[in-house]
Structure formats: structure tokens, C-alpha cells
Design a protein around this ligand. Structure first.
Ligand code: FAD
Length: 482
């Protein structure tokens, strides 16, 4: 006989563990199956996000930025730093402590919420039964009134650059190096490539990013992406666009990368290489053929707008389904599904999910880009405010970048906000709230912001939509017909 629950989660990343906690809050008897093993070989909750993604990367971005500031910027504040040293193993150990504390925190929340944590690999059987290959080597079967699939994603492999020990690694491997490579190659100049490239560049590596696409950060607003590309270049990130990697060879002297771009074939020699060419859903073998779970052609679990799969009372959330591969998107879906199971009428507003790139300066946006609006034939107005004109940005010596507000030409409703600048990841929350409440640019313009803050740049960009930004000399507003 199998144990039975109201809800069984497969996967305890930010989609699955958040769904589990919300289910427990709603009084549902909940179990969560997860196969992640932490650095110490013990089961760990939190999935990619906590163990090998969002959190460890941000910990290293913070440490490396501090080192970079001490080295290059402290003197501008009149602070002399002599005898600065770098202890990479200590930096990695600090990152591991943060991860351990946070994953332990989820375990404590599970315990307090009486969620049954089953460490092992789950497989969906017909009739909402889940068979689990336990980490202990035993097999267990549980059954649920409802099942939520939240198995996340893993790095996409590249045939031209097979992983090799500590020399050619994926994103997870690049979070654990205990020495700084002299010459670092990165295949892929997307979000993960740029963040990891920033970490190792700040610690002293010469970093070259090879990006197959001709367009830099194709998903971002063009004006923001072009400005960011220049700033990254100034930091020493050598970003080569339209560069398709054909082969790699590990030699006694490092790695030789053969790649092709518009000008011909090239050879790049590096000491270590990160493959960061995207992620694919973890769905192979997730369900037995008899369970008949429908996947799409790219292996994502097929779901409707409410995260319902083709099977009754079986849901799927997070990276394993369509949409942006972001922790907060998965958590929002997990909460909505838990609430729907409990009979509430919850849904996710996909139009206001923010995206962030945690480089310096950061990039963050919500809603539509200029290009997307043009493509859709929407007439819009745009207001831009450069951080160079912000008193606070000057005071913190971080005046690169801008805020850009796009609003509907007829109704003035905000359609998109794009930020390149310090703390963009924090500032974008204000724009998300504004859009969630259907604000117009005039609503933001009439709001009083504290002085001196970086948020004033959002205020000024909203004022600029109507040509009345205070701290810029010439009008920045533009109206574009759809
Ligand atoms: P995951 O976090 O991948 O969790 C899925 C869990 O399910 C894992 O523990 C996995 O082992 C387990 N699992 C899979 N199959 C099975 C099975 N059959 N049985 C049992 N368990 C199974 N996103 C952001 O929003 N912000 C960021 O700053 C950010 N930074 C990132 C940095 C890096 C380096 C990387 C790699 C990713 C980053 N992401 C970031 C993306 C983010 O990590 C993912 O979007 C998020 O983790 C997806 O959550 P999830 O719950 O869907 O899946």
C-alpha cells in the first residue's frame, strides 16, 4: 500500500518548495520529492536556485565586486588600500555557508509546516502515483489527490565543448573554482555568461565571451543592450558576437577553441572554459509511458495558462514549463497552483514578471521593449532619464546608465520600464507595482519620491514621457506611431 497525500511535489526548487509551503499553509497534507545532493553529499532543498544558481552566483558577485571596488575605486574616496589580498577558497567557503544556511532554512520551514520531505528521484505513474528511487537505495511509492511537477532545468550541453573536469565546466562548475584562471573563455553571452564572466573578470581573469547570436541580449530593449555592451567592454569583458564555436581541444597548455564569425575562422586559447548556452527542462523519464504526460517538442511539460497538464489534477510549474526560466516566475506559478488546488481563483500575471541581469551596472526590465511595441504596432511615448543627472547616483559614483519608461500613446498606461544602472534589481520592483496596478506614466510623475535616491530617476523618466523632467536640459520624450 502506498502513502497518500493531498498534494505531492516532484522537485523542491523555488517553484516546488514554495508550492509545498503554500499547500501546507492552506491545510493540505503535502509531500515533496527531490533528488538534489548538496556539496556535502547530503540531500538539500532549494533546487538549482539555492544550490547552484541565483544565490551562489549573487554571493560571488557581491564578493568580487567588493574586491574590485577596493582595488580600483577606493582611492577615489580618499581611501588607500595597501596589501590587498585575495583568498578564493575563503570566498567560495563563504558562498557555501550562505547556501547551506538557506537550504537548511527551507528544511526547517518544511519541518515546521509538517511537509514530508522524501529525498530521491520521482517518477509519475498512472493515477497520480509517484514511484521514488530513494537515496538510500530503496524504492517507495506514494499517491496524491494532486501532483505538482516542478523538476526545473539543467544546463544545455554543447557537442563542440564537452565538459571536462575543472577545465571545461557548466555554470555550476564555475561557482566552485578555487583559483582564478588567467584566460577564461565563456560560450554564451546571455544572463548567466555575463554574471559569471563579471565574477571572474573582477577577480582578475581575462574574459572572452563567444556569443553565437549577432544581437547582444536579444530579449532586452535595444537601447539598454547597446549601452550595456559598451560598459561591459570598458570593464574588460571581450564580447564577440556572431561567434559560433565549432570545436574545442584540451591541450597541455589550456583549451583551444575554434570558432567562426562573419569574418572567418578563428582560434582562441584559454585556460578554462564555461559553457553557458542555455538550459533545458529536466523531464526525461519523469513519467512512465503509461502515465501519458504530454511534453512539447522541446521537452517542456505541456501546460495551459493555469499550469494544468494534459492529465487531470496534475500540474507543472517553473523551468520545466514554458515562459522565462526565472525563480520568481516558478514561485508565482507554485503559489497560484497551490491556491487553485485549495479552491481559490489564483492566477499569474505573466505581463509583469521582471527580468534582471546582476552585472555592474545591473540591467532590469518589466513589460515590453520599444522593439516589441513597434512589432506589435502599438503607438507609445518614451521618457528617458540618465543616471548621470541623478544626485544620488553621482554621490555613490555609479552614474552609468538610464531609466526608460514606455507608455501607451493614447491611454498613457505604462507598458514597459527598462533600467540600466546601480541597484536596478531593486528599483524595478517599483515599476512592477506600478504596472500591476495599471499606473500611467502621469501617476508615477505625480508621486513624490525621497531625495536623494536612485528611485528619483524613475520619477524623472516618467516626467520625461511628458517632456517635463526637471534635471535634464533638453526634452527626452518621443512619440512613436504604432
Ligand atoms: P530548479 O530550481 O531547477 O529545481 C528543480 C529541482 O527538482 C531540483 O532540485 C532537481 O534536482 C529536482 N528534480 C528534477 N527532476 C527530479 C525528479 N525526477 N525527481 C526528484 N527531483 C527532481 N533566476 C532568477 O530568477 N534570478 C537569478 O538571479 C538567477 N540566477 C541564476 C544563476 C545561475 C548560475 C543559474 C544556473 C540560474 C539562475 N537563475 C536565476 C534561474 C533559476 O535558478 C531557475 O529559474 C530556478 O531555479 C527554477 O526553479 P524550479 O523550481 O523550476 O527548478
Amino acid at each position: 500500500m502506498s502513502d497518500s497525500y493531498d498534494v505531492i511535489m516532484i522537485g523542491a526548487g523555488p517553484a516546488g518548495y514554495v508550492a509545498a509551503l503554500r499547500c501546507a499553509q492552506l491545510g493540505l497534507r503535502t509531500a515533496c520529492v527531490d533528488d538534489w545532493l548538496g556539496a556535502d553529499g547530503k540531500p538539500a532543498l532549494g533546487g538549482t536556485c539555492l544550490n547552484a544558481g541565483c544565490i551562489p552566483s549573487k554571493a560571488l558577485l557581491e564578493s568580487s565586486e567588493l574586491y574590485d571596488s577596493m582595488q580600483h575605486h577606493a582611492s577615489r574616496h580618499g581611501i588607500g588600500v595597501n596589501g590587498l589580498t585575495l583568498d578564493v577558497p575563503a570566498m567560495i567557503a563563504k558562498k557555501n555557508t550562505i547556501v547551506r544556511d538557506l537550504t537548511g532554512g527551507i528544511a526547517a520551514l518544511f519541518k515546521a509546516s509538517q511537509i514530508t520531505w522524501i529525498p530521491g528521484r520521482g517518477q509519475l505513474l498512472p493515477g497520480r502515483q509517484v514511484s521514488i528511487a530513494l537515496h538510500t537505495g530503496e524504492q517507495q511509492t506514494v499517491s496524491g489527490q494532486h501532483v505538482i511537477l516542478a523538476t526545473g532545468s539543467r544546463p544545455t550541453a554543447l557537442d563542440a565543448a564537452p565538459l571536462q573536469g575543472e577545465t571545461i565546466v557548466d555554470s555550476a562548475g564555475a561557482l566552485d573554482w578555487d583559483t582564478v584562471p588567467r584566460r577564461l573563455g565563456i560560450i554564451g553571452a546571455g544572463v548567466i555568461g555575463l554574471e559569471l564572466g563579471s565574477v571572474w573578470r573582477r577577480l582578475g581573469a581575462e574574459v572572452t565571451l563567444l556569443e553565437a547570436q549577432d544581437l547582444f541580449l536579444a530579449m532586452a530593449d535595444r537601447q539598454i543592450a547597446s549601452a550595456a555592451l559598451k560598459l561591459y567592454g570598458r570593464q574588460g569583458l571581450d564580447i564577440r558576437l556572431g561567434a559560433v564555436v565549432k570545436a574545442t581541444q584540451v591541450t597541455g597548455n589550456g583549451i583551444e577553441i575554434q570558432y567562426q564569425d562573419g569574418t572567418g575562422a578563428h582560434l582562441l586559447a584559454v585556460d578554462r572554459l564555461i559553457v553557458a548556452v542555455g538550459r533545458r527542462p529536466c523531464t526525461e523519464g519523469l513519467a512512465t509511458p503509461a502515465a501519458d504526460l504530454l511534453l512539447d517538442e522541446r521537452g517542456f511539460i505541456h501546460v495551459d495558462d493555469n499550469c494544468e497538464t494534459n492529465l487531470p489534477e496534475v500540474y507543472a510549474v517553473g523551468d520545466a514549463v514554458r515562459g522565462p526560466m526565472l525563480a520568481h516566475k516558478g514561485s508565482a506559478e507554485g503559489i497560484a497552483v497551490a491556491e487553485r488546488i485549495a479552491g481559490q481563483n489564483s492566477e499569474v500575471n505573466y505581463a509583469t514578471i521582471p527580468s534582471v541581469i546582476y552585472t555592474h551596472p545591473e540591467i532590469a526590465w518589466v513589460g515590453q521593449s520599444e522593439e516589441a511595441l513597434r512589432h506589435a504596432g502599438v503607438a507609445f511615448r518614451s521618457g528617458i532619464f540618465p543616471f548621470a543627472a541623478s544626485g544620488r547616483a553621482r554621490a555613490i559614483q555609479s552614474s552609468d546608465g538610464m531609466v526608460k519608461v514606455l507608455s501607451d500613446a493614447a491611454s498613457d498606461r505604462v507598458l514597459g520600464v527598462h533600467i540600466l544602472g546601480a541597484q536596478a534589481s531593486e528599483l524595478i520592483g517599483q515599476a512592477v507595482i506600478a504596472m500591476e496596478f495599471g499606473a500611467s506614466s502621469e501617476d508615477i510623475a505625480r508621486t513624490v519620491f525621497a531625495h536623494p535616491t536612485l528611485s528619483e530617476a524613475l520619477h524623472e523618466a516618467a516626467l520625461a514621457v511628458d517632456n517635463r523632467a526637471i534635471h535634464i536640459g533638453k526634452a527626452r520624450s518621443r512619440t512613436t506611431d504604432g
